[in-house]
Design a protein around this ligand. Sequence first.
Ligand code: NAG
Ligand code: NAG
Ligand code: NAG
Length: 475
Amino acid sequence: MLLRRPGEDTMRPLITFILLSCLLPWQPESRANAASSAHSCFCQVTGYLDDCTCDVETIDHFNNDKLFPKLQKLLETDYFRYYKANLKKPCPFWNDNSHCGIRDCAVQPCPTDAVPPGIKSPGYKYTEAANRNGELECEKEKRLGAVDESLSEAAQEAFSQWNHHDDNSDDNFCEHDDEESPDAEYVDLLINPERYTGYKGSDAWKIWNSIYEENCFKPKAVKRPLNPLASGRGKKKETMFYSWLEGLCVEKRAFYRLISGLHASINIHLSARYLLQDTWMDKIWGHNVTEFQKRFDATQTQNEGPRRLKNLYFIYLIELRAISKVLPFFERQSFLLYTGNDTKDLETKQLLIDILHDAKDFPLHFDENSLFAGDKKQADRLKEEFRQHFRNISRIMDCVGCFKCRLWGKLQTQGLGTALKILFSEKQIENMAESGPSYGFHLKRQEIVALLNAFGRISTSVKELENFKRLLDNV
Ligand SMILES: *[C@@H]1O[C@H](CO)[C@@H](O)[C@H](O)[C@H]1NC(C)=O
Ligand SMILES: *[C@@H]1O[C@H](CO)[C@@H](O)[C@H](O)[C@H]1NC(C)=O
Ligand SMILES: *[C@@H]1O[C@H](CO)[C@@H](O)[C@H](O)[C@H]1NC(C)=O
């Protein structure tokens, strides 16, 4: 029994546990105390995870040594590197009043070379023009946040044929972009990596805030800890939040933890691919330990950081379970990862199947019969609730003011949505015939690409933790 049902009173008093397990003195400026920097982020992120008997170390080992390298290879293939998205949809919830040029950027993509070279050079910042209305900052954000839409001609030609290989299905967790819309375009994920873009502060907060506040089954009266937009912070709020969370049924708690895990993952990427140096000659991206600590260090985050990291492992396990469950769908003989090159398509399929088998062989999956599998009526209602909340989150992504963040936000929410769709369809997938059409369950190319790329991001984050651990040991 890996998961606790809400009725059972085996729930661990989370806060007590964390306080007891790690309240060690912390010395911020002490360089001599080498181990403590890493300790302060990671000491609580070890051993068993809540709601699961899986432990962090087993996941680290499985992911970093086995799955991660294969996944990287898979995501470089033509099938998986091109993702079609409509980045021009207007925000349905509020007027997008971003503070600067990013807003125009959202309507008109601004490719890197459209920015005049003069602006890219460091000398520009001292000219009068640059200082008008903080334009330089805006240009910088615009430039970093822009999506490079250039594609090879061969790729473009292939796309026109790909579409025939998709069916329709409306059992979706996300508001899918209308792929027929003239605004939907293919983007090459390899030339648009997820990394620091300068998109932060109040705009980014607004997005995450509405995701947490309005879409995590949370009553307004219960405040999330460390939310700068919520008034009155402190221990009392925190206690209230966590007792609310513990009181939820396991699935709804899972929903919150998935969002938190996704958030953590995105922040790890931004800290791991931080813009360290920006001159006209070259840009250097790399690990910024300070940024990482700001988001995950126990002391600097009033103990929230380690919880966030645990939620990263949680989303890892959920997505891992989904990809292991969907194996029968991909294993069917008739299933093709179609790009037009038969040899390559077959190789890609083999690699994918190999990865899915690894996922299936992972020994510590969630208990099959607990999560998402209560009695039929209850499960259906829960599924519907999940879907509504999740669709809403995918629509919020249209409000992200920075193109590149919007792209990866859409992709990752769609990937998570696809994972949930799989977990809620376990029965149909198990009963799927070896050949013939896959009645009752289908994944579109866009969903498949999103699922694997989203899992690739989480997998990369878990791997990055290893790097940050090492870097923090030397701080
Ligand atoms: C690292 O991030 C911090 C903000 O957390 C920033 O102040 C600092 O300049 C960054 N370091 C480098 C080398 O860019
Ligand atoms: C198809 O893929 C194979 C293996 O990746 C490659 O060697 C071959 O050149 C490709 N064929 C075409 C027509 O692109
Ligand atoms: C969807 O999100 C919007 C904006 O955050 C919110 O106003 C609305 O109540 C949400 N609806 C649901 C069903 O969560």
